[in-house]
Design a protein around this ligand. Structure first.
Ligand code: ZN
Ligand code: MN
Length: 480
């Protein structure tokens, strides 16, 4: 369903790319029946009923939540929402589709004519969204772990709601497609309508042509895979053109393991599907839902607001808004902590430590974190000790304050430095003598001793300074 209108000359070739993205909506139940969409419940063919198995005489009923989610997606893509929407049958035979037709939307998709703007290499890029429609997911074929020549079918996925987003062919490079998909994913996460952790939650078909005749690569399961499959296709098609061969209009498969695409079949034409209206479902007036459904502030808007409102850098704002949960956490912290201090600590320290441990920010108590940062702000804790407390807290699933108290990490006052310094000087007379005899590195040893005694809670350059002063003044006393 892609019509090529725009020309993008690159490297002498007219590269044109369009995307069709299937997104599983994270509803509790399926699109047309009450079966669970099944979080973590992986036993095959358990979440099924006559409707999603396509048994004769069963009748579908629309899940209103799915309509609501699809409208949210449409709004987030700046689409017009169709007031009178309807479902249609797309007829084709495949073992994962027990009815021999898929219930989808043909001429009245729930959303159309949207747009996403994003940046690629510092330049603004507009991609038009042609349409977004609701449809049911087919079942899944299981190839792995089966006897040779056998394929199993699992109908648990059959009937899971999908929204299919179709772009105009506005991309001219694989990198653009990847960037777009990253932005799309980010938006969907903000809407909280899909579960990015679920296998197959986002699947992409790409249409790519260099010569007018296009190939379609179906069902790519990752954003990185899309970029790679497109790069492979560009190279493959360039080669064919150079050798004077025809590019087939066909559907191809992306083999992620070997990073190649292989021919599946001749491309279907639209009339092959014999679309007609689904008579078992009524037309749906979306007006009341469209008027009540509100979408949250989206990542790009939030990024701009963070920069203006909190005076933080673009780079930090990007990190802080990359996920809604991180942005929410930051804003909560910033009510009590200087937003710039909070930004450094959340965007740099906390995210790094969480990444390292493969943890999510949802596992962190904002209250605990505020307490930790308050100690820093009141100058009762060094940055170094705070990082130490944070690491230990994450490793042991306790609060950082507990670590601060149990390890006595609170900053010692100036008099403590002086007290420990005189202790260390008393205990290390040899090193003091070495220093007096011109061995400058002896001071480093003494600094190390003080740091050890204070558990690293004091500033080493301050210690260094105090040590030198002390040694000099006692030398002067001896001299007189
Ligand atoms: Zn069912
Ligand atoms: Mn589809």
């Amino acid at each position: 369903m892609i019509f090529y209108t725009k020309s993008n000359m690159e490297d002498g070739y007219d590269v044109t790319i369009g995307l069709e993205i299937h997104v599983q909506l994270d509803t509790d139940t399926k699109l047309f029946c009450g079966c669970s969409t099944g979080h973590g419940d992986l036993e095959p063919n358990k979440r099924v009923c006559p409707v999603c198995l396509g048994l004769p005489g069963s009748l579908p009923v629309v899940n209103e939540k799915a309509i609501e989610y699809a409208i949210e997606v449409g709004k987030a893509l700046n689409c017009d929402i169709t007031e009178n929407t309807k479902f249609d049958r797309k007829n084709y035979f495949y073992p994962d589709l027990p009815k021999n037709f898929q219930i989808t939307q043909y001429n009245k998709p729930i959303a159309r004519e949207g747009k996403i703007t994003f940046e690629v290499k510092g330049e603004k890029k507009n991609v038009r969204i042609r349409r977004a429609h609701l449809e049911e997911d087919p079942g899944s074929l299981v190839h792995k772990g089966t006897k040779e020549g056998k394929v199993l079918i699992d109908y648990n996925r059959s009937g899971v709601p999908l929204v299919e987003i179709v772009t105009e062919p506005d991309f001219s490079a694989p990198k653009e497609a990847r960037k777009f998909l990253d932005k799309l994913r980010e938006r969907l996460e903000y809407l909280d309508v899909f579960d990015p952790e679920r296998d197959g939650a986002l699947r992409v078909d790409v249409n790519i042509s260099l010569s007018g005749k296009r190939a379609e690569v179906k069902n790519i399961g990752s954003v990185k895979g899309v970029e790679k499959a497109l790069s492979y296709e560009i190279a493959r098609q360039k080669n064919l053109i150079k050798r004077g061969s025809e590019i087939e209009r066909e559907t191809r498969h992306y083999d992620e393991e070997n990073n190649i695409t292989t021919s599946l079949r001749e491309k279907e034409q639209e009339h092959d599907y014999r679309y007609f209206a689904e008579a078992d479902l009524p037309n749906i007036n979306t007006k009341s839902i469209t008027n009540t459904v509100e979408i949250p502030e989206l990542p790009e808007e939030r990024r701009v607001r963070f920069i203006e409102e909190y005076g933080i850098s673009r780079e930090e704002a990007e990190k802080l808004t990359s996920q809604k949960s991180i942005a929410d956490f930051y804003e909560k912290i910033s009510k009590d902590i200087d937003p710039k201090v909070a930004s450094t600590w959340v965007a740099d320290e906390l995210l790094r430590e969480l990444n390292y441990r493969d943890m999510s920010i949802k596992e962190i108590s904002s209250g605990d974190f505020i307490q930790l940062l308050e100690l820093i702000q009141k100058n009762k804790l060094t940055d170094r000790s705070a990082v130490k407390a944070l690491r230990k807290a994450l490793d042991n699933n306790i609060s950082p304050i507990e670590v601060v108290e149990s390890e006595k990490l609170r900053k010692k006052g100036g008099d403590t430095i002086e007290r420990v310094v005189s202790e260390v000087l008393e205990e290390n007379k040899d090193a003091v003598d070495d220093y007096m005899n011109g061995e400058n590195q002896a001071i480093n040893y003494l600094v190390g001793q003080v740091m050890e005694k204070t558990g690293g809670s004091v500033d080493p350059s301050k210690v260094n300074e105090t040590l030198r002063k002390e040694i000099e003044s006692s030398a002067q006393k001896k001299g007189t």
